[in-house]
Design a protein around this ligand. Structure first.
Ligand code: BGP
Length: 467
């Protein structure tokens, strides 16, 4: 089968300000929570390498825009650093305005459409000290920041997104130890989730009020949910997992409301968040124009053994348990399952249950350790595994489009290898290899391959490229 993609398909890559920018305390930028956490506990970060320099984008963005063009990318997502644009949450930093305006202008000059996100796990420290998303005031602060960004860059940006994977700062920060404040409290987690949904809606409302050109979306990490079997207990686990892990953000984002099932489930377990009058109406204003879908792996679940169930629930594990599918294919570097068919299943769910809203794959990719093992004599990393990974996923994107899904693009995570939170540079994801010492970027084999795929607008065999 020849896989031809629609005209105008967005081909690109994604990163975020905290993972690529660097320029940590330059030109008025204040600390994010990641900067502070690293200062407090450097040993929590792989090889003690923190968020200081990342991929040097603050200095190298012009070169990056040219490198994108060199491999035919026509779109790119990054985020604005809240603590660079508004160092104390109120005063506008003109140097940040100059930087981002020039960054987006350079992209456009090179034929690369910027997709600009507002929050990618990087809570400003001044706000985290007041409780971060747990504090209801964060909603107004975020909405002010969003409005400022729309006003300053609206003439350059056609695609805005509010959050990247908003469920992740909830689960990793309030039900795990991967994000600050690393506490374990389901009730607090749900409060944070509700405030995040309100903050998203407040930003969408601000966008609509300004009446600017362009569209606004939200980027969600969605996984298709599969049950171990068709037994009643496994199917209940599947329903619960879908409600808690997928629909908790997808329903407000697309339908403007929480599902009745979710509200009832939380109520039965004494987990409903504190709300205020007007919350329902605000959530209803958060409906987006398009979705970004980050897809890495499916969610496989099974029933929770009766003897292990807490009632009321105290963790997500009281609603469903992870199921270790014996036949799964793994990316062992990251510990994530590889299941390309999941993209097709997600696309069909969006088509059938979410009004076929336009979406693009905003992240998909494969992090691999010690990629220098695959460097050839010319210094090119021969990342055939990544080409195979992208190919398999793109084939499912293509199948979904043929099946009527409204998918308008595909972005790899990431463009140039970037800093990965607690994992720093352990796993590399980029089309371009980053030299950590010099900041130099070198195309990998996948960069040459994607360039050819884009120019022909169809999937091609990895052995047919010359580089
Ligand atoms: C996504 C995040 C990205 C990126 C990616 C790869 O969930 O949006 O920020 O980090 O995952 O994951 P990791 O860096 O943990 O390997």
């Amino acid at each position: 089968m020849t896989h031809i993609f629609p005209d105008g398909f967005l081909w690109g890559a994604a990163t975020s300000a905290p993972q690529s920018e660097g320029g940590q305390y330059e030109d008025g930028r204040t600390a994010s929570t990641w900067d502070k956490w690293f200062e407090m506990e450097p040993d929590r970060f792989y090889q003690g390498r923190g968020p200081k320099n990342t991929s040097f984008t603050y200095e190298r963005y012009k070169e990056d825009a040219e490198l994108m063009k060199a491999i035919n990318l026509n779109s790119f997502r990054t985020s604005i650093s809240w603590n660079r644009l508004l160092p104390d949450g109120q005063e506008l930093n003109q140097k940040a305005v100059t930087y981002y305006r020039d960054y987006f202008t350079q992209l456009k000059k090179n034929g690369v459409e910027p997709i600009v996100n507002l929050f990618h796990f990087d809570m400003p420290w001044w706000l985290m000290e007041k409780g971060g998303w747990e504090n209801r005031e964060s909603i107004d602060h975020f909405s002010f920041y969003a409005q400022t960004a729309f006003e300053q860059f609206g003439d350059l940006v056609n695609y805005w997104t509010t959050f990247n994977e908003p469920i992740v700062h909830v689960t990793c920060g309030y039900l795990g130890e991967y994000h600050w404040p690393k506490v374990f409290d389901l009730k607090r987690a749900i409060q944070v989730g509700h405030h995040t949904n309100l903050a998203h809606a407040a930003a969408v409302k601000a966008f609509r009020k300004l009446g600017q050109e362009g569209e606004i979306g939200n980027i969600l990490n969605l996984s298709p949910v599969y049950a171990r079997s068709n037994d009643e207990g496994d199917l209940l686990a599947k329903t619960n997992a879908l409600e808690l892990h997928v629909k908790s953000f997808l329903d407000p984002t697309v339908k403007g409301r929480y599902s009745d099932y979710l509200v009832q489930l939380l109520d039965e377990n004494d987990l409903l968040p504190l709300t205020e009058e007007g919350d329902r109406e605000l959530i209803a204003e958060g409906k987006v124009d398009f979705l970004g879908v980050n897809y890495y792996q499916p969610l496989r679940v099974q029933a929770v053994p009766e003897s292990e169930k807490n009632q009321p629930a105290r963790s997500l594990g009281d609603f469903s348990r992870h199921y270790n599918w014996p036949e799964k294919r793994m990316n062992k570097h990251r510990g994530w399952e590889i299941y390309p068919e999941g993209i097709y299943d997600l696309a069909m769910m969006i088509k059938e249950d979410y009004g076929n809203i336009p979406f693009y794959i905003s992240e998909n990719g494969m992090g691999v350790s010690e990629e220098e093992r695959f460097m050839n004599a010319d210094g090119v990393i021969e990342d055939d595994y990544r080409i195979e990974f992208i190919s398999d996923h793109l084939a499912n994107v293509q199948k979904a489009i043929e099946g009527g899904a409204n998918c308008f693009g595909y972005h790899l995570w990431t463009f140039v290898d970037c800093w990965s939170w607690l994992n720093e540079f352990k796993n590399r994801y980029g089309f371009y290899r980053l030299n950590l010492e010099t900041g130099e970027r070198t195309p990998k084999k996948s960069a040459f391959w994607i360039s050819e795929v884009i120019s022909q607008n169809k999937l091609i065999d990895k052995n047919s490229i010359h580089y």
